[in-house]
Unconditional design. Structure first.
Length: 389
């Protein structure tokens, strides 16, 4: 079996939404990293890596080639089929790079014992093809995730050319049936093997598998039928979304082929860290500092919540690390009812830079203290005495 082809975007460390400038920067960075002259310890690996990088960049930097790759994948550029053939990439063997170095044995046996796969390819090649889905990574604030928000995002994608209506032909003309494949988009080839002569179907080189040729290409899209645009798309972020959640925008992806449906856009959510709050599911956590006097005598202090400040009662003798719960002050349940809780961790602050008067007051307090006021300390001292007695 042939090796699975490597994704061109992954080779450059990019996603399909990458801009032309990002593609160029990624190429320069990787070319510098894997240049054979800079990797003399393993020059063969570096040379192979540079081949992959150069091929990926050669395709993705060209709008027309990139559109063909986004639509047809590696089949658009492998030997014997697809747009552009195998001879337009500075002598690199696409088969060596993408693992296309021979027949897939499953294809050989299907052709030899019935050839059903070929007919399915032809039918698929002539029918409507749904456009590819796109991914968009969206970073929002803690509050936007908690309360939801409607916003507009700008998504680069391929759309049908308005000048030619997506046909790729100059206005007033139409694509013609390919004379080589008679409109099927596929060419039959025969190969002599140890088990006999095998027929194999591959995309037609002349029409690149479309079944049609364009004699007068559209000047706006250069015959591809697609143009790259930056599309403003509205996104409604529901209350309670969390990092890793995915929103589906129907028909927000790439345009389809031959009347096929537009793909979808998937928006992946990432939430910025908050200076006060952290989150686990629908519950919110924060820390509130208080003075040791407030902890000893009790007090009412301001506590932050995502809705604003609330009064928080501190009981007399509250210890540092105590956690208090504010019921219903957490995050809205995503697409449901109810809210989580907020948990407030109390941090008792030890005073610094005491005046002489303050220091004497504390010393007098310590001298006149009763062990019953601090049972934990008494228990510890008793254990300590027993340890060294």
């Amino acid at each position: 079996m042939a090796d699975k082809p490597k994704d061109l975007y992954e080779i450059l460390g990019l996603n399909k939404n990458a801009t032309d400038d990002e593609i160029k920067k990624a190429y320069k960075k990787l070319a510098k990293k894997y240049h054979p002259d800079l990797n003399r310890d393993d020059p063969k690996t570096a040379e192979q890596k540079m081949k992959e990088i150069n091929v990926a960049y050669d395709i993705l930097k060209d709008p027309q080639k990139r559109a063909q790759y986004d639509q047809f994948g590696h089949a658009a550029f492998t030997q014997g089929g697809g747009a552009g053939g195998a001879g337009g990439f500075e002598g690199f063997d696409m088969g060596d790079i993408f693992g296309n170095g021979g027949f897939d044995m499953s294809e050989i046996f299907e052709q030899f014992f019935g050839g059903g796969r070929s007919s399915r390819r032809t039918a698929r090649n002539q029918g409507p093809v749904r456009g590819a889905d796109l991914r968009y990574d969206l970073t929002i604030t803690f509050e936007e995730a908690a309360f939801g928000k409607s916003m507009t995002i700008n998504v680069p994608r391929m759309e049908n050319c308005e000048e030619c209506g997506g046909t790729g032909a100059e206005k007033g003309t139409s694509p013609e049936i390919c004379p080589d494949c008679k409109g099927s988009g596929m060419r039959q080839t025969t190969t002599r093997t140890p088990i006999g002569i095998i027929s194999n179907s591959r995309p037609c080189e002349r029409c690149h598998g479309t079944g049609k040729i364009i004699k007068s290409p559209c000047g706006h899209c250069h015959g591809s039928g697609k143009v790259r645009v930056n599309k403003d798309i509205s996104v409604n972020i529901p209350k309670g979304v969390d990092t890793g959640n995915r929103l589906r925008i129907k028909n927000g992806g790439q345009a389809g082929e031959r009347g096929g449906e537009t793909g979808d856009l998937f928006v992946y959510i990432n939430i910025k860290p908050h200076p006060i709050f952290t989150r686990e599911g629908v519950n919110v956590y924060c820390e509130v500092p208080i003075s040791f006097v407030q902890a000893a005598l009790g007090a009412t202090v301001d506590a932050p919540t995502i809705d604003g400040k609330v009064d928080l009662k501190i009981s007399e003798g509250t210890q540092s690390g105590t956690v208090l719960k504010l019921r219903g002050k957490g995050i809205q349940v995503l697409r449901g009812e109810g809210r989580g809780d907020e948990f407030v961790k109390i941090k008792v602050l030890t005073p610094k830079n005491l005046s002489a008067y303050q220091r004497k007051l504390l010393q007098d307090f310590e001298k006149g203290g009763n062990e019953n006021n601090n049972p934990e300390q008494k228990t510890f001292l008793d254990k300590l005495k027993g340890l060294f007695s």
